[in-house]
Design a protein around this ligand. Sequence first.
Ligand SMILES: [Zn+2]
Length: 298
Amino acid sequence: MHIIGIDIGATNTRFVLLKDLVVLRSRKISTPKTKKEIIEVLEKNIREIAIKPGLSKIFGIGIGVPGPLNKKRDLILNPPNLIGLKNCALPEIIEKDLNIKTKIENDANCFILAEARTGVGKGAEIVVGITLGSGLGSGIVVGDRIYQGFFGNAGEIGHMTIKFDGLKCSCGSIGCFEEYASQKYIKRRTRISAQELNKLAVKGDKSAQKIWQEFGRNLGIGLANIINILDPEVIVIGGGISGANKFFMKSARKEIQKRVLSPISKKNVKIKITKFKGFAGAIGATLLFNHYEKSSCF
Ligand SMILES: [Zn+2]
């Protein structure tokens, strides 16, 4: 059974072709800005990646997209980081053009679905995933299923207020977690990227290491809120910035110890770093098709 998984990010879009849980082909392209261009490159790359075994043999296409989405999962609402997809009925368009069943889900939910079913969260009852990148994505998996919430948009942890009089966020709110624990914070604080800051810290630069500690403190405050509300068994940290975890996790854990109410939760909650490289979201998108449930072959 062949399935295509796609992860549309604000910067890059990733494609994978899977057969029976094995990745046959993958590719990464830059994400265009307008809806027309996005659909054009999606369909062009789907055709190319499916050239063998041929489009007609593709069982389904799962796509991770920036949220928020409607509950029915057939419409992208108003994604602040990729406004070209505002009010886009993406599954309907792709299905009509290519005649292949297409499903969409919030991109961070796809990542955490991959982690909960096949990665470092495997076997855990309640898993929360955080992706640290240009923004802060997140998702909640309970009993192997994405917890969507009543209206369809649970788990927008990046837009939880952690500073009530803080900075304005791209979503329109103030003091969002994302402003303090993503690339945005590093850029504002240092004028350089998280990758460059990580390189400096690796070289032993004390001021770079200090900024990572501050970043970890911010992250830990948000994680403590999550633990107090959801009491998860595992929290998975992913995204490009997670590679710098050795410089920020110590101070994050310190905040958790300070701020979580339950002594049992703060002692036992497992915080794990993703082992997946950049394609976890695209692989997770293929898991939107039910016959892959509880698989363990990645
Ligand atoms: Zn926000």
